[in-house]
Design a protein around this ligand. Sequence first.
Ligand code: ATP
Ligand code: MG
Length: 431
Amino acid sequence: MAYQRPKGTADILPGESEKWQYVEATARNVFKSYHFSEVRTPMFENFDVFSRSVGDTSDIVTKEMYDFHDKGDRHIVLRPEGTAGVVRAYVENKLYGPEHPKPVKVYYMGPMFRYERPQSGRMREFHQIGVEVFGSEQAAVDVETIAMAMDFLKHCGLQDLKLVINSLGNIASRQAYRQALIDFLEPHFAELSHDSQERLHKNPLRVLDSKDEKDQAIVADAPSILDYLDEESTAHFTAVKQLLGDLDIPYEIDANMVRGLDYYNHTIFEIMSNSKAFGGQYMTVCGGGRYNGLASELGGPETPGFGFAMGVERLLLIMDADKVAMPIDHALDVYLVSIGDAAQRANLKLIQAIRQAGFTAERDYLDRKAKGQFKTANRLNAKVVLTLGDSEVESATAHLKNMATGAEISVPFAQITTDFKAVYETVLAAE
Ligand code: ATP
Ligand code: MG
């Protein structure tokens, strides 16, 4: 084949795009009930937006970014995630100002780009639906936002979800833990994987997250961050656990969960699914947490934040594997069959009137014979077929057939063009 899409990208074709629309519409509905509004930020940002926020030593920034210098020699990145750009927009547009009631709650959906090894549920261009809440430190924000993510996934028909939480504490707690972890890992330096050796001093928490089996064995005995939380951090995490309990949302605590983005503090969480789609393994669909320092890191005032992002491709993989029925409407209200040139011309006015009345209508554009047109009407599952030949044009009436019952009625053109709704109801009621 001469032209192929770039590795790790996908074409979302008719038949599939309806599912995307359904998921997106469901997100909009659920998020609206929690009083979130949509924000749309650029697909590319300056390199610094991500290096400052996601972190200089993170996998995303060091290995996965699509970055380049544009014709004006600006260092540009195709966004690998949504939060940094939204926080940049929050600061730049002064949404922290008094005219914006706090908390500011926004959601986004759109493509993200990461140079990764493509596999099922891992693309180079993929899509996220995410949310951010700015301006409240309350644990209720953490919990309601997590609850909203769960709500949304349940609305999408997902079952057997596992919520895993952890706390990274505030900066002081994290500093104390960081040192304890380095002290613990240093005697094991020689046994650690190359990646973990690199991370030991730059970003030791990331070692906890290593996929390497030997690393995992070492890390199993590492001190727990939860033992290093100071009073404030413990109080926040305790409140989060209590409120999750109040809502009867089951959760597990994984003290080794750190997540791949450096901006998190206090609560972090993942929602995992063990759908058949992933061969019975738990796969993360949604991840997020608190990022209290991020707005100030990007030049704004000190602003608490909390957010999550979920992968739409992974979500749809699960929905497909679990055979979630989506209420997708492929229906065609009317197919117009015309026999002869005069009928074809007459059909043009009728089909436009029908569409203007709010119905879906299709006709033949390939000079098919009458039989072929009826066949197409059947393939498209038309509910009503309108037929026109020379004699109908002469008498200015059309035949309408109810495809479910086979009943037919004759209707004057004038009625079709002035009140198709009534005509349609009549033919659907015809037995
Ligand atoms: P993973 O550990 O699977 O690489 P991550 O920690 O890099 O995930 P986040 O940056 O937190 O993921 O993004 C949130 C969600 O976005 C993930 O849970 C996943 O559903 C989705 N996601 C992340 N990277 C990809 C990708 N390359 N392709 C498809 N979906 C992705
Ligand atoms: Mg990743």
